[in-house]
Design a protein around this ligand. Structure first.
Ligand SMILES: CC(C)(COP(=O)(O)OP(=O)(O)OC[C@H]1O[C@@H](n2cnc3c(N)ncnc32)[C@H](O)[C@@H]1OP(=O)(O)O)[C@@H](O)C(=O)NCCC(=O)NCCS
Length: 191
């Protein structure tokens, strides 16, 4: 049985050790409820959510996400804050959803403020969280589902060596309209 099935590995102070980021601009820390306003500030931008299934009407709609992140169950979703090394401002989030300790699988999700787009931040954090998921959590498969129109995210996944596995028709509702998604995955030990 792998470590994902035994719960998330924790450091001596009781929190999972965090992925190390190979990027001069940002680092990661645990996401906290007090981050909600900074997170919502860019998620309220239609440009940011255009190619995602986010459907937020107010900051209060984020509350259920924070309730899920606060759970200590090994299968509950986890989310990290992407913060500027200089000043600590939150400029993104990244996490794992649909974590299955039994099957040692999870689905990666991420978003960045447009203020830091185009500088390789997403590529750095996705690579770091994938490596961490394999090495620290013992996952064997990390998948991503991406709306077919989300060219930026598709480029990130392909730069991070995710392989396209399939086409998911009518997979999710995108603010009232059905959306087709690509399924991507990386497998532990496969470069
Ligand atoms: C998806 C998203 C995270 C991608 O952000 P991004 O800025 O395009 O991706 P990166 O941070 O990896 O930056 C890559 C770009 O920076 C450039 N770049 C500059 N320095 C770089 C470096 N050191 N390393 C890698 N790329 C670098 C690359 O050439 C690339 O440009 P290109 O895409 O025009 O070729 C962002 O568009 C976003 O938050 N979108 C809204 C939410 C969303 O769609 N989430 C994903 C749902 S599946």
């Amino acid at each position: 049985m792998g470590s994902a099935a035994q719960g998330r590995r924790v450091s001596h102070c009781g929190k999972p050790r965090l992925p190390l980021i190979d990027h001069s601009l940002v680092t990661l820390r645990h996401l906290e409820l007090s981050d909600a306003p900074a997170w919502y500030a860019y998620l309220a931008d239609p440009v940011v959510v255009e190619h995602t299934s986010w459907d937020l009407r107010s900051i209060d709609d984020l509350q259920s996400n924070f309730d899920d992140y606060a759970s200590t169950q090994p299968s509950s979703p986890m989310r990290l804050a992407v913060v500027l090394r200089d000043g600590g401002q939150l400029v993104g989030t990244i996490g794992l959803n649909a974590i299955s300790p039994q099957h040692r699988t999870a689905e990666i999700a991420y978003d960045l403020s447009p203020a830091v787009w185009g500088q390789g931040v997403a590529t750095a954090i996705v690579n770091a969280v994938v490596d961490w998921g394999f090495q620290r959590l013992g996952l064997l498969r990390i998948q991503a589902t991406v709306l077919e129109s989300n060219a930026r995210s598709i480029r990130v996944l392909e730069r991070c060596a995710f392989e396209r596995e399939g086409y998911l028709r009518c997979y999710r509702q995108i603010r009232g309209k059905s959306g087709n998604f690509w399924l991507y995955a990386r497998i532990a030990g496969v470069p």
